[in-house]
Design a binder for this molecule. Structure first.
Ligand SMILES: Cc1ncc(C[n+]2csc(CCOP(=O)(O)OP(=O)(O)O)c2C)c(N)n1
Ligand code: SF4
Length: 542
């Protein structure tokens, strides 16, 4: 079979395409973005007419994926870990409705927070929703899990969570393809009530989910992704989950691991395999890249002392794992050696602080905002998440918060409710449609004295320039939810317009109601995007 050199994210996309996927639904977010982009740029996906447009946010993506599954086809939903918070309502309930066509929810976690606000572990969400989870240890497994995951979802009639992490998503390895499967035909669920979560139906569906759990464990016992390797030295047994297995084996490339090893790639955990390891070995070291979920489970309420991992300091409590940390936990190297290797890495890989691009419109908008606000006390600008969040850094020091997508407008409103007037919100066009609109309705309903800058660069800049659902729609949306037309003002953020921008912002800061100011200029990184340029011209946005 054909072998390809793929990123982990691309391997998942390829596995899903080969496995008969009909649609992928996603909102961009590092490190998950490349899964959808691979499908969007792949001729085979076009030939097979696989739906792959970006969704407005992770919740709409989850719901659309569930809709495709309802219609009997195979769908994948992708997002970064914090996106699963946004999609959580639909995600948890999809475990109760169950699926019809195979449904995979691929979530990319970011331990060590390379480009995220937190390092939450999505396995908790899978456990919370009580569905099976797949966690690849290599690019090949990422491919296989996406390919086979559809069949697993159709066998159990539930969505399957695939959890990956940054290092796997963003590193390449050879991947062997399997046969290309046909897509499913349209077929509605055999039970017409399956997707109607009225309490009387939901109660039955929930019991069904609970009853499936023993089947999930049985499947996990037989799974090719969970393997028990015996070892003669039973003084220590090792449980290695997902990518941590890869890190472990980097320390034993000559096949010299003498301890029993349980490799985990599918959850719920295979009970008998875990029991054997626990009984056979004097001590057990648990390696998981994320929260100590398994460690906590096995240590349990009684805090069994033979279980080691992140909770007893054998491994650091936070941050991603690596082969050196595992070597130290196994006492293959000393604390000093690990510090020395870490220092070598710091010396070789220089840290480059992020910064807005030269010529970015956000910079001109911030320069104007800072001047307009200079006559007020500091600490009144609530930002959102996008390239403009870098306005928190010098020389701008322009913003005072960044919490989650959409929080800028609602936090500004809350602060204004508390008497911090004027309060300012800064949000990007993509984040505005993702989850800013509902907050704007709250602000309009109460005529909150806030000034909102929707910095419109026609794209989702921070994640690499994906389409923005807001393109050409922002003024209409704002007017539609009740912002007064005379307080919706557009300007072009350019140095030459600085004085004009300062005047406009000052005037709106003084207005005791909701103002929306739209600094509008194309992200300089997208100027060669032919399709986008055409849309901008058609919509007359320049
Ligand atoms: C819930 C969630 N989903 C996705 C992301 C990843 N992400 C960070 S900023 C951003 C959007 C940025 O677009 P926009 O608001 O238009 O600002 P720009 O970067 O273009 O300035 C995305 C998708 C995230 N941080 N949180
Ligand atoms: S990518 Fe675009 S939006 Fe982001 S900093 Fe650069 S120019 Fe600005």
């Amino acid at each position: 079979m054909q072998k390809l050199l793929l990123l982990g994210a691309e391997a998942i996309a390829q596995g899903a395409i080969d496995g008969g996927m009909s649609g992928i639904y996603a909102y961009p977010g590092t490190p998950s973005t490349e899964i959808t982009e691979y499908v969007q740029h792949y001729d085979l996906a076009k030939e097979r007419n696989i739906h792959s447009q970006w969704s407005t946010n992770e919740k709409t993506a989850m719901e659309a994926g569930l809709g495709m599954s309802y219609a009997g086809k195979r769908a994948m939903v992708c997002m970064k870990h914090v996106g699963l918070n946004v999609a959580a309502d639909a995600f948890v309930n999809s475990a109760i409705t169950g699926s019809n066509g195979g449904l995979l929810v691929t979530v990319a976690d970011d331990p060590s927070m390379h480009s995220s606000q937190n390092e939450q572990d999505s396995r908790y969400y899978g456990k919370f929703a009580q569905i099976p989870i797949l966690e690849p240890s290599s690019q090949q497994e990422a491919y296989d899990m996406a390919y086979l995951g559809f069949q697993m979802s159709e066998k159990f009639k539930v969505p399957i969570l695939i959890r990956i992490t940054t290092r796997l998503a963003h590193s390449r390895a050879g991947v062997e393809r399997k046969d290309l499967l046909n897509q499913n035909d349209i077929s509605l669920p055999s039970d017409p009530k399956q997707f109607v979560l009225l309490p009387s139906i939901a109660r039955v569906q929930y019991k069904g989910l609970l009853n499936s759990f023993s089947g999930f464990i049985e499947d996990s016992e037989q799974s090719p992704f969970n393997k028990y390797y015996d070892g003669e030295d039973k003084s220590l047994g090792i449980i290695a989950c997902g990518l941590a297995y890869n890190y472990l084996m980097e320390n034993f490339q000559d096949d010299s691991l003498k301890h029993p090893l349980l490799k985990i790639g599918q959850y719920p955990m295979p009970r008998t395999k875990v029991e054997s390891l626990m009984e056979e070995c004097d001590e057990v070291l648990i390696l998981e890249d994320g929260y100590p979920i398994i460690e906590e489970l096995l240590k349990g309420y009684l805090a069994k002392e033979k279980v080691h991992g992140r909770l007893d300091g054998s491994l650091p409590r936070d941050g991603e794992l690596n082969p050196n940390l595992i070597a130290r936990a196994l006492k293959l190297s000393s604390e000093e050696e690990v510090i020395e290797i870490d220092q070598d890495i710091i010396d070789i890989v220089k840290n480059r602080p992020p910064a807005m691009c030269v010529g970015c419109g956000h910079i001109d908008a911030y320069n104007a905002l800072n001047e307009a606000l200079s006559e007020y006390s500091v600490g009144r600008v609530f930002s959102d998440i996008g390239c403009y969040t870098l306005g928190a850094l010098p020389p701008y020091n322009a913003i005072n918060s960044c919490v989650d997508m959409g929080a800028s407008i609602t936090m500004a409103k809350g602060a204004a409710d508390a008497g911090l007037v004027p309060a300012v919100s800064v949000i990007g066009d993509s984040t505005f449609t993702h989850s800013g609109i509902t907050g704007l309705i709250d602000a309009v309903n109460e005529k909150a004295p806030i000034t909102i800058l929707i910095s419109d660069n026609f794209t989702t800049g921070m994640t690499g320039g994906q389409d923005s659902a807001a393109l050409g729609k922002i003024e209409d949306i704002c007017e539609g939810v009740g912002v007064e037309p005379e307080h919706i003002i557009v300007f072009t953020p350019l140095k030459k317009n600085h004085d004009l921008m300062v005047d406009i912002i000052k005037k709106e800061l003084a207005y005791e109601g909701v103002s929306v100011i739209i600094p509008r200029r194309q992200c300089v990184q997208t100027t060669r995007n032919v399709a986008l340029n055409q849309r901008i011209t058609e919509l007359n946005l320049r």
